[in-house]
Design a protein around this ligand. Structure first.
Ligand code: DAH
Length: 366
């Protein structure tokens, strides 16, 4: 056995017998540390002639490797033993109650959107969607608001610098109405859809946030008239507010995409300083609250969407979902909806496991 093999043999035996991690570390320093004996041997290589180095280097390298391997192997053994020992002494008290897992809740906006989808499903409406980053053409032009139309100014639009494929700039949709056009183009007629979703306007105070939610309704068929619109809105609002006592007032209005256009008000009473929906707004102590915009789809919009307005007519409406949630569940500051404050969410949120089902899906009550 060469001198170096002898050293490797002895060192391996000592290392294998190291009693604990501290003893092992001391041995590592002794052999491989800066001042270690093997490090010393490695340093002598530098002073040798090339021939001598070629002769001696392999044996010294092999010694270093053997010792390093032995150190690693013993370290693994000692650590495993330490873990075993800990597991043997520590116990786990399985009778301790687990800390309560924080439970999320359904945001009132999601809850209301689900309720609306449920109500309109009963009336035969499918849910349609469209992009939030929208083309000027769908958001305005095809809704009968050409480039210079004054109604555009009322939308406080967020524009992107990018040019839109169909002209103008790309933008964040300011309403869900472009989904009307997209769905008519994609699916033709007849059609019965709602389109819930996020919309954006550069506006912020207690009742306006730059992002809010709308739900659009659209019916396209033959022989559709205002009576269908009024019945649909009444039926939906009674189901949503879970009361038969809903009185609507249709007021002439103007939207570029409907003709005629009506604004729909709902009657309320004041109880303990709070507005409670119900009854005619004309009764003493009552009032009318503006709730939504609607009307018969302008024939220009039907044409833009590629349908023949002499054959197809329809009605449309748009409602603020946040507003509906505030009215039904009694919140008064819209900004709190989007602050993400978990105290607000756990107060106003809904349990995903314990959904308060609508007592009156459409027709379920009677
Ligand atoms: N898009 C309108 C807005 O955001 C709301 C609206 C009014 C939608 C009348 C409609 C409608 O579909 O017929 O102000």
């Amino acid at each position: 056995m060469s001198e170096h093999e002898q050293m490797a043999h002895e060192a391996s035996a000592r290392i294998a017998g190291a009693a604990d991690l501290n003893a092992l570390e001391a041995m590592r320093v002794e052999y491989l540390g800066k001042q270690g004996s093997i490090s010393g041997l490695l340093k002598t290589l530098g002073k040798m002639s090339p021939d001598e180095r070629q002769e001696k280097a392999p044996a010294i390298q092999s010694l270093r490797q053997t010792v390093a391997d032995a150190l690693t192997a013993r370290k693994d053994e000692l650590e495993a033993a330490e873990l075993e020992a800990r597991l043997a002494t520590e116990t786990l008290d399985l009778t301790l109650p687990a800390p309560a897992a924080p439970k999320g809740s359904v945001h009132p906006v999601s809850q209301v959107m689900d309720e609306l989808a449920e109500i309109f499903a009963d009336l035969g409406f499918a849910v349609a969607t469209g992009p939030e980053i929208e083309d000027d053409w769908y958001n305005f032009t095809a809704l009968n608001m050409p480039e210079s139309h004054p109604a555009r100014a009322m939308h406080d639009t967020f524009y992107f610098p990018d040019t839109a494929p169909k002209g103008g700039k790309m933008l964040l949709r300011t309403h869900t109405s472009p989904v009307q056009v997209r769905t008519m183009m994609a699916e033709g007629a007849p059609l019965r859809i709602i389109a819930p979703g996020r919309v954006y306007r550069s506006d912020s105070d207690a009742t306006h946030t730059p992002m809010f939610h709308q739900i659009e309704g659209l019916v396209i068929d033959k022989g559709i008239h205002l009576g269908h619109l009024k019945w649909t809105l009444e039926t939906f609002l009674k189901a949503f507010f879970e009361t038969e006592d809903i009185v609507l007032r249709l007021r002439p209005s103007y939207f570029p995409f409907t003709e005629p256009s009506v604004e729909v008000d709902v009657g309320f009473a004041i109880e303990n300083g709070k507005r409670i929906l119900g009854g005619s707004g004309d009764e003493p102590g009552h009032g009318w609250m503006e709730l939504l915009g609607s009307g018969m789809v302008n024939r220009r919009v039907i044409e833009f969407a590629g349908l023949d307005p002499d054959e197809w007519q329809g009605f449309a409406f748009g409602v603020g979902v946040d507003r509906l949630a505030m009215l039904k569940y009694g919140m008064d500051d819209l900004r709190a909806f989007f602050d993400g404050d978990t105290r607000w969410l756990s107060h106003y949120g809904f349990s995903p496991f314990d959904q308060p089902t609508l007592s009156a899906g459409v027709g379920a009550k009677a």
